[in-house]
Design a protein around this ligand. Sequence first.
Ligand SMILES: Cc1cc2nc3c(=O)[nH]c(=O)nc-3n(C[C@H](O)[C@H](O)[C@H](O)COP(=O)(O)O)c2cc1C
Length: 345
Amino acid sequence: MKTRITELFKIKYPIVLSGMSWISTAELVAAVSEAGGLGILATGILTADETREAVKKIRTLTKKPFAANVTLYFPGAERNADVLVEEQVPIVNYALGKGDKICKAVHAYGGKVVATVATKKHALAAQRDGADALIVTGYEAAGHGGPITSMVLVPSIAETLDIPIIAAGGFADGRGLMAALSLGAEGISMGTRFMNTVESPVNQKAKEYSIAREIHDTVYTNKVDGLHARMMKAKGVDRLMKKKLNPFSALFRSRQIAKMLGFPWLKLAVGITLMGPKRAMQMARMAIGFDAFRIGTMEGDAKKGVLPMGQVTGIIHDTPTVKQVIERIVKETKDVEARVSKKIK
Ligand SMILES: Cc1cc2nc3c(=O)[nH]c(=O)nc-3n(C[C@H](O)[C@H](O)[C@H](O)COP(=O)(O)O)c2cc1C
């Protein structure tokens, strides 16, 4: 396959593994890149040392291009971004923040930058900041998707911007890749589909949920980690949606984030205090969300925790290997093209 994305990233297929905390590990990233796609390492929950180790590990597992992401909204993200630049990661993916500095630093060593956005405004800002490509995330997506469906968001951004875009949110097979290409995207990025693969380190129960759950079995709310996100409908989500918070609990909760990210707590606590009550509440929610996502993802416990899941779960029915997913998508895309072209002759 040849699209602007395969050319830009020097990959065989325009199929990307989304950066998913606890899931998009060195091993899964390498499996996707080895199979001809592009794996994105998730660094959101990693310390700077862990990020460096993971990048080195990927390089022992594959010689193919790979990417790593930084979610700039998270504490510690800038340190992880510095590590990615020091290690000269071929493709850096950033989300939820301004990426001009990252673009400049990555371009200086010849790397490429892809920004993840969910609105046209952020897409335009990322292009202005120097991003080489975008991952455009629609409402269907697991995790932090925007309020507009991929069906509308993708063509709207594709017709406005010059840089190539990768569609995310609602893609799991060749029908999806063909649709994305038709809407003006140059490839797809998938989270929920790759979460349910043999190589995925997610808890086995999460894989089983992803097979059993239907298209209506997810919920979109900002009551879990303070940002709108989609996750599997379950008791854990219901409980968190009802949870009342106050700014003081933000300080207490920030200890958990600081500990996990190896970040000085005092610095984080001062930062939160200076942010004012609204942002402090958001940080409190984020700390709760972090823990809930970890329990849902790694323990498969949907009563205590929360499992990010896209609507596309309703068309995922098995647990193949990464290679099978990619080969299947490539074949299906060609079959869809043949089937559709007969209809429109
Ligand atoms: C279990 C799981 C965990 C995720 N964790 C993150 C994360 O930590 N950071 C992030 O930006 N997106 C995360 N996402 C969202 C994906 O990066 C991606 O945007 C989304 O899965 C795309 O939509 P899809 O699920 O329909 O393929 C996660 C998705 C899943 C399924």
